[in-house]
Design a protein around this ligand. Sequence first.
Ligand code: 8YV
Length: 332
Amino acid sequence: MSKPRILIARAMFPETIEKLSEYFEVESNQEDIAWSQDEFARHLQDKQGVFTTGSDRIDADLLAKCPQLKICANMAVGYNNFDLAAMTAAGVLGTNAPGVLNETTADFGFALLMAAARRVSESEHWLRAGQWDRWRYDLFAGTDVHGSTLGIIGMGRIGQGIARRGAHGFGMQVIYHNRSRLDAATEAECKARYVSKEELLRTADHVVLVVPFTPESRHTIGASELAMMKPTATLVNVARGGIVDDVALAAALKDKRIAAAGLDVFEGEPKVHPDLLTVPNIVLTPHIASASMATRLAMADLAADNLIGFLIHGKPLTPLNQEVMGGGDSIG
Ligand code: 8YV
């Protein structure tokens, strides 16, 4: 019997391709060509499965051109690149990659927080530009992280990882806001107190965003929210572009309405709004919060296991729209 055909939409680890090739006829975009949606559809039209990243859009138009498609396996915990309703209507399963990137992403959230609050990038650029000629009492004096109040918006597993680091490692008072309150045991473990979004914005010294992108979470932080924050505050986003209004943030930083920001994600990335590129008190990274080698391998492995699990054994590990499987079950 011939093997099912799958597409890997981006360049990928050789070991992932090798593993998938045991089960599938694999076409891989190993040259990492930036396909248009039409080109993506052309490569996908005769495939039963696709290995996607959080940047590969799966929508009704694409699905209409790919009648054989049964599964889209995202190498990402976020899946706002999927139109899940259209996928369900087309009978296409979506899977994501939860659980494997929490601690690595929480590490990076903390790295951005430290770098922004203590002005690491800003001072490095200045030093590299040859401007350091003598000591000064207030040279790049920033805001303390230890002992301060950490506000986390979005208290899923990544948010909890950031809370634990803050409370246990840096002696921070942790407050959080979330769609629903955590159970008492988790709150105690994270030493975190539930507050309203407004109280969080007004009292936190550092605000970290870890909410999924949905139409409701778009511009969770805009001009009015930035106006509530302390002038000494730091804002960090390791969630998704669009949760922050980038233009409003650039204006707030320029006018020193807040002190600093660290962003790993952007509205319309990989393009970055030019206003953000010209304010000095910001740390900008290219969506790499999950990018340790070990974690990226684990994410790729889970996406591959979802393809194998579903197309070969009928049992995906981490399905999103299980209803398309009819009577089938999951082991995730
Ligand atoms: C990925 C992410 O690097 O998992 C997510 O949701 O944002 C990142 O870890 C990115 O989406 C590529 O798949």
